[in-house]
Every structure is written in structure tokens, then in C-alpha cells.
Design a protein. Structure first.
Length: 366
């Protein structure tokens, strides 16, 4: 779903650091002098390149490459050059998924830059149903996806969920609003302690872009996301009725109760000003459950009982409130054996079931 973390190693001469991080929607390998200096990219998008181990002599590096229509494969790249390393050109070592991909018609995303209300440029991508061309007159339902984190990123890696939605006839739009990695420190930390502000401005800009897109029916746009993406979905439905439907997955709804039920230490006590015991007003103001009475959007709630990061009580609060308010809703909960990452690494049968629930909800309300 998103690229997390980083990896680094030293070049053979010990003078430079090789590292892997997210940049403009792709995982890239870069180098920087150990003594300090400018970071230089050795790979670039749209292919995402994840760094593996170096050979003992430091002359070769294992990598894993993928893009939006290619599943990850293992490759090997030669490290050439002295102080000025040459760009890496990985040679593939595997083709595990080639035969499968030849049988599939996949959607290739189109890159977009969207300008938010305050002038911020938001990096986004549009995936149309496979086979749809610019000549097609029929407008499709649109799905706005919001990634988790929030300090993570969407981009050019293969994501089966997007392909499933596109294959079912949806136009999928995903972006990296403020709070995402890959666009510098200022972009990433813009929402620290201030969820539902600059990030919400960017998400609304993407929604407005979708409403004007010639392939999307503006009356049939839904929003969905997991973890922080679930938080932003909850924030959206409590602050606007512009979406025809919503799906909130492994969500955050109440930052006060999350502080006492999450395995994530010292959050929100250090991330936000104040803490849930002595000064919780700031945390409460940024909790979507506070404004749940405003919701009219049909909302599917998905959660795992084994989720230790965003405890199932978060989803329970949203579902219970929507039921009491008479808002169309459904709660799909998975057994304790599942986890926060169920959609990506859970039991295959439950992952398939989850995708079926998502498609059924969109079919009913979009």
C-alpha cells in the first residue's frame, strides 16, 4: 500500500553512504558523501527500486524493482565509479510473475500535479478502467484513496487493490497530500500535531479535481482509506457531504481513546500538544468522532479484532454512532488472528472477502 522505512550501507571505499528512501512516489537508491554534501539519486521513478544487501567486495548490490503494472522482481546492479557513482542499471534475475501478468489487462496510472487552495502542489495519479480510452464518453464512478501513515507515500509500486477497483469499472485516484514522505521535510511535517488541516485542504483539492475529470461521474465519487487513511475518511464524512459513499478501514476516530488502546507508544502524548489526561482539548478537536453527528454519507466500516495499532474500538465507535444516527452503514470485522496489516498480509481468503465487501459497497452506493 505504501513505502515505509529506509535502508543504508557504505560504499567499498567507506567514503559514501548508499541509502533507500521514498521520493516523488517511488522508492529510490541514492548516495551522499560521508563527510556531508548533496544527495544524488542513482535510480529514479517511475520504477521503484528497493535496496538490498551489498556484495562483500562492495561492487554489486541486490535490488527489488517494481512499478504500477509489474510485480516485484529481484535484480542485481553493478556499482561503478569512484567519488561520483554512476547511475544504477539493475539487471533482472527473476521473472516470477511474468507469466501471470501476461494473462491480465492492467491499468497504468497517469501522473498529475494538483494545486490546492493555498497554492501547494499535490502529487497524484489517475487509474482508469483497463481498455478505457480518451474517446470513451461514459463516465465512471470514482474512488479517492487516502494512504495510511500519515508519513508514508503512494506512487509507482504495484498495488493489487487499485487494480481490482479499476478492473471493476472505477476510476481510482490516489495522491500524496501534506504529511506524506517523499517531498521534503516541510511537506512531511506540515501536519504534525495538526491533523485535519493542511492535509484536508489537499484531499479536498484532489476531490475537486475528480469532480472535473472527464472520465468521472461527479455524482458518484467515494472516498476510502486505512489507518490514517481511515482517519481522513472519517474526517471527510464529518466535514462534507460531497462524497456519495465512504469506506473507513482499520480507522482512527477518537485520538483520546486511541492513546489508551494503541501499541504506538507516546502517541498522541508527544505528537500533539497536550496529552489525554491533563490537556486533551487539542486531541479531541482533531478527533473525527467529535463531529460524527454531521455524517450523512453511507459508510462501510472494516476492522480487525487483532489490530493493535488502531484498536477495533475505533471502528466500533464510528459504526455505533452511525447506527444511532440512522446513517446507512455496515460493520465488517475480522477475527483476532488478523492484524493491522490484514489487507496486505492477512489470510488470503479473508483478503479476498474484504475486496468483495469493498466492491459490493461501491456497487450499491456508487
Amino acid at each position: 500500500e505504501a513505502t515505509f522505512g529506509a535502508h543504508f550501507d557504505f560504499t567499498a571505499d567507506g567514503q559514501q553512504v548508499l541509502m533507500c528512501f521514498g521520493w516523488h512516489g517511488a522508492s529510490v537508491i541514492a548516495t551522499v558523501p560521508l563527510a556531508g554534501g548533496r544527495v544524488r539519486l542513482l535510480t529514479s521513478g517511475p520504477t521503484s527500486t528497493v535496496m538490498g544487501n551489498l556484495s562483500d567486495d562492495g561492487r554489486r548490490i541486490a535490488v527489488c524493482t517494481s512499478d504500477a503494472t509489474t510485480l516485484p522482481e529481484v535484480g542485481l546492479a553493478e556499482i561503478r565509479g569512484g567519488r561520483q557513482l554512476q547511475d544504477l542499471a539493475p539487471k533482472p534475475l527473476t521473472n516470477f510473475n511474468g507469466p501471470l501478468l501476461k494473462q491480465l489487462e492492467l491499468s497504468k496510472p497517469t501522473e498529475k500535479w494538483i494545486t490546492a487552495e493555498d497554492g501547494t502542489r499535490v502529487h497524484a495519479w489517475v487509474m482508469q478502467p483497463p481498455g478505457r480510452t480518451s474517446r470513451s464518453r461514459r463516465r465512471c464512478p470514482g474512488v479517492l484513496q487516502v494512504h495510511g501513515g500519515p508519513h508514508a507515500l503512494y506512487g509507482t509500486t504495484f498495488f493489487h487493490e487499485f487494480q481490482v477497483l479499476a478492473a471493476a469499472g472505477h476510476v481510482v485516484v490516489f495522491s500524496n497530500p501534506r504529511g506524506s514522505k517523499g517531498y521534503g521535510e516541510e511537506h512531511c511535517t506540515a501536519i504534525q500535531g495538526k491533523w485535519g488541516a493542511a492535509d484536508w485542504t489537499d484531499v479536498q483539492a484532489v476531490a475537486s479535481f475528480m469532480e472535473q475529470h472527464p472520465a468521472i461521474d461527479p455524482q458518484r465519487i467515494g472516498i476510502m482509506g486505512g489507518s490514517y487513511g481511515g482517519y481522513m475518511t472519517n474526517w471527510a464524512i464529518t466535514h462534507t457531504d460531497r462524497f456519495a459513499a465512504a469506506i473507513t478501514d482499520r480507522c482512527v476516530a477518537n485520538l483520546v481513546s486511541m492513546a489508551g488502546s494503541s501499541d504506538y507508544p507516546l502517541v498522541p502524548g508527544e505528537y500533539w500538544p497536550g496529552n489525554p489526561w491533563d490537556d486533551n482539548q487539542e486531541i479531541w478537536q482533531q478527533s473525527p468522532i467529535r463531529a460524527i453527528r454531521n455524517v450523512t454519507t453511507p459508510t462501510l466500516v472494516i476492522h480487525s479484532e487483532g489490530d493493535l495499532r488502531c484498536n477495533v474500538e475505533q471502528g466500533e465507535q464510528v459504526f455505533a454512532a452511525l447506527k444511532m444516527l440512522g446513517v446507512p452503514t455496515r460493520f465488517v470485522r475480522y477475527p483476532r488472528e488478523t492484524s493491522h496489516g490484514m489487507s496486505r498480509c492477512g489470510p488470503p481468503d479473508l483478503r479476498i472477502h474484504r475486496l468483495g465487501e469493498i466492491l459490493a459497497w461501491w456497487s450499491k452506493y456508487l
